[in-house]
Design a protein around this ligand. Structure first.
Ligand SMILES: [Cu+2]
Length: 163
């Protein structure tokens, strides 16, 4: 199959081998995209229809295991509400005393969050209250937490779909 695809008839060698190089490049690109897609879909974040909870997922550099739940599910559009964020080490030990910055938005619409949610320590070890969360339209949102604890800083992004 591959041999046939990449075989060039005599007389058309130059144009044909250019085409073959492009085909090989496209094949590599496709494999790369497939690998990235597979890596992304294996993240168990925010199952569709249940955006009020997410995670636990590992932060980008693997320093923290993070999950959230909306304090008053389900998430209603245009309603200011609070998220409870749980931050643990990869081994499951609570991470207390972290400084957490909140960012997010709708990448497809190129806009950010309509509010500036603030994270503060919660009641339990490794738990934080993120107050002032609001989403003003349905669709695909992301919320990113930048977590600094001791000399470790790492970021985690939750995708969520609001109906
Ligand atoms: Cu939008």
């Amino acid at each position: 199959m591959m041999t046939r695809l990449f075989a060039c008839p005599i007389g058309q060698r130059a144009a044909c081998s250019t085409r073959n190089r492009m085909l090989a490049g496209l094949t590599l690109l496709f494999l790369f995209i497939a690998a990235v897609a597979a890596a992304c879909t294996s993240t168990p974040a925010s199952p569709t229809g249940n955006a009020a909870i997410g995670g636990p997922i590992l932060s980008e550099n693997g320093h923290f295991l993070v999950s959230y739940q909306a304090e008053t599910p389900p998430i209603a559009l245009n309603a200011l509400h609070t998220w409870l964020l749980t931050v643990q080490t990869p081994e499951g030990e609570p991470v207390s005393g972290a400084t957490i910055a909140v960012d997010g938005g709708m990448p497809a619409h190129r806009h950010g969050l309509p509010t500036q949610p603030q994270a503060a320590p919660g009641d339990a070890p490794g738990q934080y209250r993120v107050e002032g969360v609001r989403f003003q339209m349905p669709g695909e949102w992301i919320v990113t937490f930048t977590i600094q604890a001791g000399d470790l800083t790492d970021q985690v992004t939750f995708p969520l779909t609001l109906p």
